[in-house]
Design a protein around this ligand. Structure first.
Ligand SMILES: Cc1ncc(COP(=O)(O)O)c(C=O)c1O
Length: 405
């Protein structure tokens, strides 16, 4: 590493609150599926800011939109309508099962809005004392207090107590565990259709269907947190669309949360709801300074227009399948892969190699990845990934598994 890079790392971490462990390289720029550090080393980026750079780096369409909209107007008070906000909300409503949109700036804010909305809806509909929320073990919904309260990690972080009351945790993909907790007092059930941070575990279509029926039976809102899995990552525009049963029927949530891939790198998110639920929030109950700003909405719209095209989604599906097959081959050839999970381009690999060794070794060999769960290798490449780039990643994985064995 160059002396300059070393200095940037050391001096910046002296000045930063240490919520993250420092990486041994300084990132400088990106192009498509590749990222480059300040020493000019090239990496295939299968981290993508953790499922954020959905169109890869420096996508020309995003750059043009940023430039055009920034030179017109970046911000305006949230109560004003703007053309980008209207067009972005219209696109979301036209291309989902939802009727109403609330714009945010991050995943945790989208979840926060979803929880407040669900509790207000339950209060209006069922009266006081119907505030219970059911979440799942191994869940992750964010780091602000509401979102952290429905994230199972709270159990191991008592130093932040007290969290939000009336939250209970059921077991993912186990409907009996939800039945044991749900009642008329339940305001909402919140679930990630594919648990991301928890270790890339997809829900089964049957579990989601049973969950829908239980929520209906007990008048509880069903919230899907699609922050990581949504916006094309599973090969469908909305994550819930990827869980069709044998008859092609999908489970529609009442409320959902998005961020990450929605802005392709620009910080933007949203919460969406069906009318009956969305109407519960009225002026004075919730809001945001930046949410729905013209720049974020213009960028999100161009990203989503790009993603929600049959050829684009088909490529994500095709390359995802190719990559999964390649991983299965690797598993057969090497005894070092113990499990492969995930859907589309949201993939987790368990291996016999300590994740704390594996991720730096992959980075050294030119592949950026992240950790999920206790020791799962998480692969969330850009959705523009080409087959030869998927093969390149497989080759780096094979080489690294061999070297680290
Ligand atoms: C499923 C899920 N929900 C919420 C969040 C929080 O998003 P953010 O980090 O943008 O606040 C994340 C982030 O990893 C996530 O994966």
């Amino acid at each position: 590493m160059s002396a300059e890079a070393q200095n940037i790392i050391e001096e910046s971490f002296k000045r930063l609150i240490k919520t993250y462990n420092p990486q041994p390289v300084v990132m400088e720029r990106g192009e498509g599926a590749y990222a480059y550090d300040t020493d000019g080393k090239k990496y295939l980026d299968f981290a993508c800011g953790i499922a954020v750079a959905s169109l890869g780096h420096a996508h020309p369409k995003i750059l043009k939109t940023l430039n055009d909209q920034a030179s017109k107007m970046m911000t305006c008070q949230a109560s004003y309508a703007t053309k980008p906000k209207f067009e972005c909300a219209k696109f979301l409503v036209d291309n989902s099962c939802f009727d109403l949109v609330y714009f945010s700036n991050s995943g945790t804010e989208s979840v926060e809005a979803a929880l407040k909305l669900a509790r207000k809806w339950a209060y209006d509909k069922k009266g006081e004392g119907h505030s219970e929320i059911i979440a799942f073990r191994n869940s992750f919904h964010g780091r602000t207090y509401g979102a952290a309260s429905v994230t199972e990690k709270r159990m191991s972080q008592p130093f932040f107590d007290p969290y939000l009351p009336d939250v209970q945790f059921a077991t993912f993909n186990d409907i009996e565990s939800v039945k044991a907790l749900i009642s008329k007092k339940t305001a909402a059930v919140i679930i990630e259709p594919v648990q991301g941070e928890g270790g890339l575990t997809p829900a089964t279509p049957k579990f989601l269907k049973d969950l829908r029926a239980l929520c209906d039976e007990h008048d509880a809102a069903l919230i899907f947190d699609e922050v990581q899995a949504g916006m094309g990552r599973l090969g469908t525009f909305m994550a819930y669309e990827a869980f069709a049963d044998e008859d092609g029927a999908v489970v529609e949530p009442d409320i959902g949360a998005w961020a990450k891939g929605m802005g392709g790198g620009f910080p933007v998110g949203c919460m969406m709801a069906k009318t009956e639920f969305g109407d519960a929030l009225v002026p004075g109950t919730h809001g945001t300074t930046y949410g729905g700003n013209p720049l974020a909405c213009a960028v999100a719209l161009s990203v989503m227009q790009e993603i929600n095209q049959p050829a684009f989604l088909e490529n994500a599906n095709k390359v995802g399948k190719f990559f999964m097959e390649g991983l299965a081959n690797l598993q057969r050839e090497s005894n070092k892969i113990t499990d492969i999970r995930g859907m589309g381009l949201m993939i987790g690999v368990d291996s016999t190699i300590d994740i704390k060794t594996l991720i730096p070794a992959l980075q050294k060999n030119g592949l950026l990845t992240t950790q999920a769960g206790k020791g799962t290798l998480r692969l969330t490449p850009p959705l523009i990934l080409k087959q030869d780039q998927a093969q390149e990643a497989l080759d780096i994985l094979a080489k690294t598994l061999k070297e680290e064995g």
